[in-house]
Design a protein around this ligand. Sequence first.
Ligand code: HEC
Ligand code: HEC
Length: 375
Amino acid sequence: MTYTKTGLCLLLGVILQSSCTNKDNSYQLIDIELVSLLKAQSPSGNLSYFELPSSTDLNKIPQDPKNTLTTSKIALGGFLFHETTLGTEGKEPALKQTYSCATCHHYDAGFQSGTLQGYGDGGTGFGVNGELRVIKSNISNPDVQSLRTLSVLNGAFQTNQMWNGQFGSTHVNANTKSLWTETSILKYNNLGFEGLETRSIAGLEMHRMKMTDDIIKMGAYKNLFDDAFQNIPENIRYTNETAGLAIAAYLRTITASEAPFQKYVQGNIDAMNESEKQGAIVFFGKGQCSSCHTGPALNSMQFNALGMNDMIDKMILLIWDGVALQKIHLTIINLKYPNCTTLQTVHFMATDRASGLLKKSLNIKIWPYRKIKIF
Ligand code: HEC
Ligand code: HEC
């Protein structure tokens, strides 16, 4: 597509009171198209709908009313997110304190892991962006998830967290209380926090991390907790819950507010080059990407079951609910994924109800999945 159509340019040149003889002509046409697409998709008709607040503009960052942002809480959370001392157990004793949240979510890799899967305790090496991290030899049970590590970037704009949205007691999970049983990690939803807070508190337990006296004995941490949580009685001030709340406060401040697109919507139309603008026009136009990816974080709280082709040779996810269960036959897998020859490469995800039935009929590992659409 080209934006140097002389006739149109002349017409618009008059409207914009600008000259059609320099390079800016094509530039202005493309901007008119992009800005009008953006405005049409903004409920206020205004580009500010797409603006992300900067990390320090706390009043503009969406927050959990039960965990309001303060600079001391954010500072504490930033340290804890990178603190290996929290890793009190490790999958094996030798792995104690060799990892932190940031091992799988580090900023050079856009707060993801830099590998197809993130390796926590049990991984070794790092590279520049985490790309050289591998499983240590002789470790049989490393901390590695079957799903790609999600970025924590712009998490403040997500009320519920994880690929399946399971964490956060509000919004899309408001009616899922029956799943928050004491034996499930979802029990942390009973604390009543939003997704980032709940995930951070639960994440500490899931990755064998714990606030201990040893950490408080490091005087600096005691001071940071005292500053951040002065209203919480001392006997419950230094816990995984307060640590999780501080981490969530820190994560809320991680926004991509310096991205070229952000500068563009703030009025600096030189911040994106022509091909980036063309991409944006496809994204917000014909590509219809913005039907799912919109707002400041270009996301939404819909949960869709997608193909995840980036892991196609490593693992295949098949997602079923109770209705589709009757249709399950292993030949279906062969038809749909001819390259998949062994059952080991197939992972099933299923709703709670379906997974019970599946486990009985096929002797394979089932991963829980809550909101399902058949694809
Ligand atoms: C072993 C690697 C690993 C470690 C260590 C780890 N995470 Fe994650 N994190 C993941 C993976 C994988 C996902 C996606 C899993 C899923 O959706 O089921 C994830 C998802 C998240 C999300 C959800 C993001 C979103 O967009 O929904 C948040 C928030 C998060 N982690 C925070 C943390 C915190 C806080 C810690 C430390 C307490 C931590 N993570 C430690 C691998 C890791
Ligand atoms: C039907 C809804 C839908 C449409 C339409 C859609 N996406 Fe997505 N997209 C998703 C979902 C769901 C995810 C998974 C993201 C998650 O859970 O964090 C995703 C993930 C992504 C990611 C990876 C994000 C990450 O955190 O790694 C990119 C990039 C992306 N989409 C780009 C696009 C583009 C480009 C288009 C248009 C061509 C598009 N999407 C259209 C729903 C959609």
